[in-house]
Structures are given as structure tokens and as C-alpha cells.
Design a protein around this ligand. Sequence first.
Ligand SMILES: Nc1ncnc2c1ncn2[C@@H]1O[C@H](COP(=O)(O)OP(=O)(O)OP(=O)(O)O)[C@@H](O)[C@H]1O
Ligand SMILES: [Mg+2]
Length: 234
Amino acid sequence: MPVISFANAKGGAGKTTAALLLATEVAERGKSVTIFDADPQKWISTWADLPGRPGNIQVISQIIPASITEQIMDAAAQTDYVIIDLEGTENLIVANALSVSDLVVIPIQGSSMDARGGAKILTLIKKLEKIVRHDIKHCVVLTRTNAAVTTRALKAVQEFLAVNGIDVLLTPIVERAAYRDLFEFGGGLRAQNPKTVTNLGKAKENAVMFSAEVLERAQVTPRRRWYDVFKRAS
Ligand SMILES: Nc1ncnc2c1ncn2[C@@H]1O[C@H](COP(=O)(O)OP(=O)(O)OP(=O)(O)O)[C@@H](O)[C@H]1O
Ligand SMILES: [Mg+2]
């Protein structure tokens, strides 16, 4: 039932990768997932056509800007989790998706450009909160970090987030070949071959910890429960 969006106005921040990691982890836990592929590059739709897609993940590629909120709410009433992979910009689809999200995850790489793209989403969330008249829960996940080194740029981003009191996941998503391989070979991390994929065990561990932190934050608000009661009754 929770709706989780991945947004950053800067392209290439790691939204699609993080969205797919979460979706495959949730599916691994036996839950049903609907992914809205609102990324014009359609990487997740392409992934869904590869062999190995878990049967409890469905991907919606056809998104109608004017009715995306209804599409999302319908999916939320029917599946355990809705995950939305958004375009790296600010547009009507992004605003509408954020306004009905239980949690917005903002992936940020260790660069000031990514941090500025993330800040644009934070500003948009503030505006939307006034319109929808409730808080929109959000957090940042640092992406493509180096397992061994913290760069100066990453430290600067961490300081910026701390100064602004932004909730940052304790688990960053590390740069791993295994995460790129998903889009090449299909399926989830468990379907990958440990003999050919380097550090697959560490990649799995990282994805599990990242997903656990996101799911903990993505609890459904009473507002949504009322919506579902209304939907079932109508
Ligand atoms: N943790 C990671 N490890 C390895 N490669 C990664 C990781 N995260 C992202 N990448 C790579 O970085 C590139 C951009 O990532 P991704 O497509 O997930 O970003 P995005 O924010 O969805 O981009 P866009 O704004 O264009 O939709 C891709 O080539 C992806 O494979
Ligand atoms: Mg993307």
C-alpha cells in the first residue's frame, strides 16, 4: 500500500537504480509491487522485458500526466507497495506523484550538482505540502559512494544536508557493478551469478540494509487508509 517515489531534479543521480533495488528487495520479501516507470529512458520497462522478473512485480510504463494520481492510488489499493521512478526534472508528473507519496526518497551522489537537484525537490515538496495540507515524508540516500574512500565533494554534500536538518539514510548505496548488471541481465540480485559478478554478497547486503531503512520510513498514513476505505466502499 505505501507509495514511495524516487526524485531528484538532476539527471543521473541514481533514482532508477535505487528504485529497482528497492522493488526487487520488496518482491523478495514476498510482497507485491507496482513500479511506475516515469523515466523517459524507460530502463525499468526494458528490465521488465528481460528474463527473471519476479511474478509479483508489475511495471506500468504508460503514464498519463493528467490522471497519474488516480493511476497511483488505484495501484496502491491493489498492491502491497507502489514504487515510482521519476524523471530527472521538475514537471507535472513529478509534482503529482510527490503529492500522493507516503515517502519521497531523494538519491544524491557526492556532488554539489546532485545536491542542488535534490534541493529543488525539497523546495517542491514544501510547496506541495501547503497545497495537500499535510507533511510529505522525505529522506535522502547517498548513492554511488565508494566503499573505501569519502571524497571532499561527498563530505561537503553531507555537511549541506546536516546543516539543513535533512533526514539522510544511514546506508548509502555503494557503487557496485552488480547494480548495473541488473539492467543488463534482468531479475534481482539473487538471480545474478556470484562467479561472474564481483562483490555480489556485499551488493546484496547493501541493498537489504538500504531497503530496510526505506520501508521503515514508508509507513502508510491514516489519510491513505481512509482513502482505501472510501475506494472499497465506492
Ligand atoms: N550504485 C551504483 N553502482 C553502480 N552504478 C550505478 C549506481 N547507481 C547508478 N549507477 C549508474 O549511474 C548511471 C545513472 O544511474 P540511474 O540511471 O540510476 O540514475 P537516474 O537518476 O535514474 O538518471 P535519470 O535522471 O537519467 O533518470 C547509470 O549508468 C547507472 O547504471
Ligand atoms: Mg532514471
